[in-house]
Design a protein around this ligand. Sequence first.
Ligand code: PEP
Ligand code: MN
Length: 338
Amino acid sequence: MIVILKQNPNAVQLDSLIAWLEEKHISVQKSVGTSHTILGLVGDTAAIDADLIAALDIVEDVKRVQEPYKHANRKFHPDPTVISVGDTQIGGGTLTLMAGPCSVESEEQIVTIAKQLKESGATILRGGAFKPRTSPYSFQGLGAEGLELLKIARAETGLPIVTEIMNIDQLPLFADVDIIQVGARNMQNFDLLKALGKQDKPVMIKRGMCATYEEWLMSAEYVMAGGNHQVILCERGIRTYETYTRNTLDLAAIPVMRRLTHLPIVIDPSHATGKAWLVPQLAPAAVAAGADGLILEVHNDPEHAVCDGPQSIRPEVFATLSEKLHSLHGFLAAHPMQ
Ligand code: PEP
Ligand code: MN
């Protein structure tokens, strides 16, 4: 249920409404928007008399929210969520470029790539330390050592880091990570999502390869229900009957998520296609469709990358692409398509 308040509501009446709702075990999320303040009510709202609330002086309207996701719902929070990481803001009209290798391989590799990316407009450094691999015989990542190498690259460049967590036990190791990534394979690891809701680092949730929009939003809801509202959604391709590309990039996810939620949406054309040559083709399409950012795999020696070399672009390709994406983003800001 949402309660839309009249402008400048009387503070005493507002406090007593919130206290009354909390007494009934309803949690209240207050969202101060540009035009109105909205109270999002979560809990057993079936027992709440909407007409009684609508009759209050300070209330303009009361609406039931049918969707099972509440905190993530745009109706709860009409303004876009903006997540601040270091000097970077994700969401709300900015274009964030996250880039880096699939896996951290060595100090020299990650620091070299990070410096090149910083020079060419990346604002967040990606790199996997714990890798979810289809085969147990494939490289599994450098683990805790990989996280330390990412921190060295961050110290050298000032770029905040995003990296994947695979299970709850790893959480203490992620205390100093800027954005915690939940991979596609873990999107419905509900215990992990609950634990991430109880800590305060931003969480980027990649869409499961067979997940519907609603399931994806319910994963965000798990994190938000725990109290952490800093969630980023990442579309990384879904599984279809097409085998030419590694997955099928669902660009419709961008306008749909924009409509359903206030959370920022980032596109990963690297995992979506599995082919480096397709990344510069699809990245601008994602920006044109309104993405808040991109996450791109970049490697300085893709032929010898230990993981996902075929889908990794080179730093010089990233540099040209980054320039084009920023100018496209600037053009679209001046000439909105919708
Ligand atoms: C990754 O970002 O390296 C990764 C494993 O992605 P996904 O979870 O989308 O497969
Ligand atoms: Mn990868």
